[in-house]
Design a protein around this ligand. Sequence first.
Ligand SMILES: NC(=O)c1ccc[n+]([C@@H]2O[C@H](COP(=O)([O-])OP(=O)(O)OC[C@H]3O[C@@H](n4cnc5c(N)ncnc54)[C@H](O)[C@@H]3O)[C@@H](O)[C@H]2O)c1
Length: 355
Amino acid sequence: MNHSVISGENVFQELSRFVTTLKPTSVFILTDENVNKYCLPGLLELCQILKSAVVIEIPSGEDEKNISIFARIISMLQESLADRNSLLINLGGGVICDLGGFVASVYKRGIRFINIPTTLLAMVDASIGGKNGINFLDAKNMIGTFTRPGGVFIFTDFIRTLSAREKKSGMAEILKHIILSDSVKWKEIRNNPKSLEDDKLVELIDFSVKFKTQITEEDFLEEGRRKILNFGHTIAHSLEGFSLSEKNSLLHGEAVAAGMISELFLSNKLAGFPEQEMHDAVQFIRKVFEDVLINPAPEVIIPFLYSDKKNTNDKIAFSLLKGIGRPAGIFYPRIDDIVESLIFMNNQFSRDLVQ
Ligand SMILES: NC(=O)c1ccc[n+]([C@@H]2O[C@H](COP(=O)([O-])OP(=O)(O)OC[C@H]3O[C@@H](n4cnc5c(N)ncnc54)[C@H](O)[C@@H]3O)[C@@H](O)[C@H]2O)c1
């Protein structure tokens, strides 16, 4: 069964109708302190049916996607007598969607849940496709399940209160979707960076939602085509793992932007991605993320690559491309090539931008 993604003007009416049809015994809303402040009041105002929901608030941030918070949410559900016919609504960014989806997929062997994404990143990516989970011992998404939400309800106005940095973080996944699927759109965007500005966001969200939905419906369990979505993410997850262990903040999208640069280099070296096209793409991504500073020594990143869950037999898996819009499949580069790609990435982030 595919889950539906609803957006547009009538999203709250659709949400109210959906919740009514489910006839849950009780409704819980999982959220964090920022979303509680900026988005929850609006949701309750426009969706009266949720007024009696029990709100579970956790602190915000990637650090909270961990097993103790998971256990705390389970205890709260248990204490509030949530039963198998209860409904969990994940209202927040990717952290809330991942964590709440995981809780719902295992609490009493699974209860129904809905995602209402409030960050750009969660709207275009994390809320869709049914992957959920938590980090464990600094390894990203080490524990989790594939479980579809009952529905995803996207209200794009929530983005208004998002910081510029968080908004840009979401842009990384949009760029990834375009690089993976559409050379014409990519050219348009490169030629006209204004097309990434706020007034074009709804259109970009729509594009990304359609792409991610289509791929994840085709290959829900990531046995084939869905693997292309991991482009940029092998390096990204190791950078995030490192950043979690260092307790400094690197946002998911920032790590994905850096990861795409490294993996474009590998795509050129191993999968035939044209050299000039690679440099153009790298320069564009770097320009969008010009404020980001990343310069980790390759030897501190490599150990994190070995705990990536996509690996087989200790070989580090990368999803590479042979051109824009042309995924090339899975590659297992030699460690020397990976180190070279990390040095390439570091050079991009430490040199002055070419205008
Ligand atoms: N499951 C998937 O398919 C998938 C895909 C991509 C990313 N992810 C995961 O998503 C997570 C990153 O998600 P994220 O970038 O949304 O981070 P996030 O959930 O931490 O949200 C970012 C910050 O924005 C705040 N916030 C959220 N909505 C807001 C709003 N409307 N106004 C003001 N502040 C708001 C949050 O409180 C938080 O501080 C990572 O853990 C990543 O692994 C999952």
